[in-house]
Design a binder for this molecule. Structure first.
Ligand SMILES: Cc1cc2nc3c(=O)[nH]c(=O)nc-3n(C[C@H](O)[C@H](O)[C@H](O)COP(=O)(O)O)c2cc1C
Length: 274
């Protein structure tokens, strides 16, 4: 809750732009509605994630309602650097929301990606990015698909061209599943950072070089989630994602229908000694 966060986080501001000048590509946890919340951010930070985004927050609700604010945004002392993502279609509302949250965050992101991402005519995308750059944005993240594309390969070549035409840092997003993928995409596109969503859900330790979720990471999630009082559905869904690649179909049939924290804890203890 913002009210709880005031004393612990207000003075911890870091400039996330510095990360882009560190000489390494920046490893970023993407905004994910329902998922990139405080507990999950705490977990991925343990495994070499440099920068985290909150889930998308509707700016108008955030400004209007204290209740919406407290349920949509929680943070803690170690939850930095942090970017808060808003959806807004009025500049004043975005500005008001940014002003409220700024003591607890290191940056504000405006979600422009659902559903327009790159345009078929790449010149139009480059023009849009240039306009954003001229307004003073610090960096831009590009998901390399157009509005019709869902499962087609990501156009890393398009991301590379955007990068070549911009002065501010550019972050590549799309289909990164391992640290090796991230490194390859960084080399292929020349971008300054890589943002990952589903790859981190499946393996929150991927930025630390693990090919699949290590048991230690599952144990860490259990500890962190319980400590944060994570609601059962969220606790369980994250485990389903994390264990997707390491459990058989038969195990999933049992695990995925468990309906209480104690049942999940018993299962993990019996099967994995976690
Ligand atoms: C569960 C889930 C929730 C998402 N929520 C958001 C969001 O709140 N804001 C946003 O800009 N993108 C959101 N996205 C899109 C991701 O940030 C990302 O752009 C997309 O999944 C492609 O990256 P990936 O291939 O690494 O998954 C979401 C994606 C997933 C899977």
């Amino acid at each position: 809750m913002i009210s709880d966060a005031i004393e612990t986080t207000q003075c911890q501001r870091k400039d996330p732009v510095d990360l882009f000048h560190s000489g390494h590509f920046v490893k970023i946890c993407a905004p994910m509605v329902r998922y990139s919340k405080l507990a999950f951010r705490t977990l991925v930070r343990k495994y070499n994630c440099d920068l985290c985004y909150t889930p998308m927050i509707i700016a108008a609700d955030f400004v209007r309602s204290v209740k919406a604010r407290d349920s949509e945004f929680t943070t803690s002392k170690g939850d930095r650097p942090l970017i808060v993502q808003f959806a807004a279609n009025e500049a004043q509302v975005l500005s008001d929301a940014a002003r409220i949250v700024c003591p607890f965050a290191d940056g504000i992101d405006l979600n422009c990606g659902c559903p327009q991402r790159i345009h078929d005519d790449l010149k139009r995308t480059v023009d849009l990015c240039r306009k954003a750059e001229a307004t003073g944005v610090s960096w831009i993240t590009v998901h390399g698909r157009n509005v019709e594309e869902r499962h087609q390969p990501v156009h890393y070549d398009a991301i590379k061209i955007i990068k070549q035409n911009m002065s501010i840092p550019i972050v590549a997003n799309g289909d990164v599943k391992t640290l090796k993928d991230a490194e390859n995409i960084h080399h292929m596109t020349g971008t300054d950072g890589v943002m990952v969503a589903r790859g981190l859900l499946a393996n929150p330790a991927m930025f630390a070089g693990y090919e699949e979720t290590p048991l230690k990471c599952i144990q860490d999630w259990v500890d962190i989630a319980l400590e944060h009082g994570t609601p059962f559905t969220c606790f369980h869904h994250h485990l389903m994602y994390m264990m997707e690649r390491i459990t058989s179909k038969q195990e999933k049939r049992v695990f995925n229908v468990l309906s209480s924290t104690s049942a999940v804890l018993d299962y993990l203890n019996d099967h994995y000694g976690v």
